[in-house]
Design a protein around this ligand. Structure first.
Ligand code: PLP
Length: 361
């Protein structure tokens, strides 16, 4: 098999040592003679994995006391609805910061449950940046303020996460969770589908304040209630056993390499390797994101013509670079450089970009 660099946006690259570990114990989990996929989710082995994954997330993100970590299904898309179902009472308003397609979708779902307010939007700027603090206009006493920390499609990221005093924050961190340290305390709830930066598709991580868990109204169906999942330690019904197991291995990998601080440094270096090529290309490569909103996870760029973009994508593919086509809604190219992408992959892509410009530019 030839060397491939996986720049897919999601499902995305997993750490090589984690895949090897999975292969090694796939047929025989810890000497039990079965794979982890074939065991009861209430076995002591699996329950230990769920507890370990919760503890590792708390440790890696320095989550303060008074929070739970839940492992749910339905992707971030289900969280778009579950958050307002549980935490947007009919008399209150929820505020949404629009910085891309995913925040628009979150808002649309909230509208079906209650009153919403767009507290700021960069849509008119083609979502090339996140909001400046002075552009945000909150409603009077919002139930929560919702933001998307990293905009996977446009390649923008809140490089400094905003806070709004005592107003509780809710964040979709699907594409940059655990890519850097940040202060969890202002967040009442954080959610993230695992398939970008944490593990395989099929599990969604929720970090939630216990005080909020206690507030869930009794009218919400059981499977969509945070309190029921919390009370049952994410084992209310059969959980996605394999994705939780693989996520736990990714968390161990992250802890061993030095945690959130260390991965943040690596992610800075990796992204800079590619942004430098864009910046030094005299306009041949044009980044979609404005500089101060550039994502360290998804690097979006265009070439002078669509024809050149096609040639770039096909030559890149021939040389083993996978997944560089931009999202179907914006076109262009996108290199996703999640935690599991090694620096050498970014260096190889940067070299390819320079060579492509030299020969085709
Ligand atoms: C991928 C993505 C989603 C959608 O996640 P699903 O797990 O497919 O529902 C939502 N938000 C962000 C920021 C994403 O990157």
């Amino acid at each position: 098999m030839s060397q491939v660099y996986n720049f897919n946006a999601g499902p995305a690259i997993l750490p090589r040592p984690v895949l090897e570990h999975i292969r090694h114990e796939l047929l025989d989990y810890e000497g039990r003679g079965l794979s982890i996929m074939e065991m009861s989710h209430r076995s002591k082995e699996f329950m230990a994995l769920v507890a370990e994954a919760e503890a590792l997330i708390k440790e890696l993100l320095a989550v303060p006391s008074g929070y739970r970590v839940l492992f749910l299904q339905g992707g971030a898309s289900t969280q778009f609805a579950m958050v307002p179902m549980n935490f947007l009472p009919s008399e209150r308003t929820a505020d949404y910061l629009l910085t891309g397609v995913w925040s628009e979708k979150a808002l649309e779902e909230a509208k079906t449950f209650g009153k919403t307010h767009i507290a700021g939007s960069t849509k008119e700027d083609q979502y090339r940046r996140v909001l400046r603090p002075e552009e945000v206009q909150l409603s009077d006493n919002p139930a929560y303020v919702h933001l998307t920390s990293n905009n996977t499609i446009y390649g923008t990221q809140w490089r400094a996460l905003p806070t709004f005093g005592e107003h509780p924050l809710v964040a979709d961190m699907s594409s940059d969770i655990l890519s850097r340290p940040f202060d969890v305390a202002p967040y009442a709830l954080i959610y993230a589908g695992a398939q970008k930066n944490l593990g395989p598709a099929g599990v969604t991580i929720v970090i939630i304040r216990e005080e909020w868990i206690a507030r869930v109204p009794k009218t919400v169906p059981s499977m969509l209630r945070y309190d029921i999942h919390a009370k049952n330690d994410s084992l209310y019904n059969t959980p996605p056993v394999f994705p939780i197991y693989a996520t736990c291995l990714v968390l161990r990998w992250l802890q061993e390499l030095g945690g959130a601080e260390e991965i943040a440094l690596r992610n800075e270096t990796k992204a800079a390797t590619i942004y430098n090529v864009i910046d030094e290309s005299d306009g041949f490569y044009r980044g979609h994101a404005e500089r101060d909103s550039r994502s360290l996870m998804n690097i979006t760029f265009r070439l002078p013509t669509e024809q050149l973009e096609k040639a770039f994508a096909s030559q890149a593919k021939a040389q083993g670079f996978v997944g560089l086509e931009g999202h179907r809604s914006v076109g262009g190219l996108r290199a996703s450089t999640y935690n599991a992408m090694p620096l050498e992959g970014c260096v190889a892509l940067a070299d390819f970009m320079r060579e492509f410009q030299r020969t085709q530019g």
